[in-house]
Design a protein. Structure first.
Length: 75
């Protein structure tokens, strides 16, 4: 199989490949460190992704903090 065909297959099935990889990683984490710690790590990764996405799109993080934290903290 040549590299171009393999690359094309990877691009067509990117979501499936990523889903399988993440599911495999999640199952290994549950087996090795337990359910609660795995959920905590997953939550931290999601929060990190959310903040990174805001930074990538040049959004103001202080506005987000104003929505989450009590009034007047960052004004």
């Amino acid at each position: 199989m040549n590299k171009e065909k393999l690359f094309h297959i990877f691009i067509e099935n990117y979501g499936k490949i990523l889903g399988v990889f993440l599911g495999f990683l999640f199952s290994i984490l549950i087996i090795c460190i337990g359910v609660i710690k795995t959920i905590f790590i997953s939550l931290c990764v999601c929060i990190g992704y959310f903040i990174g996405n805001k930074i990538d799109h040049k959004e103001n993080l202080l506005e987000l903090l104003d929505k989450i934290l009590p009034l007047g903290k960052y004004k």
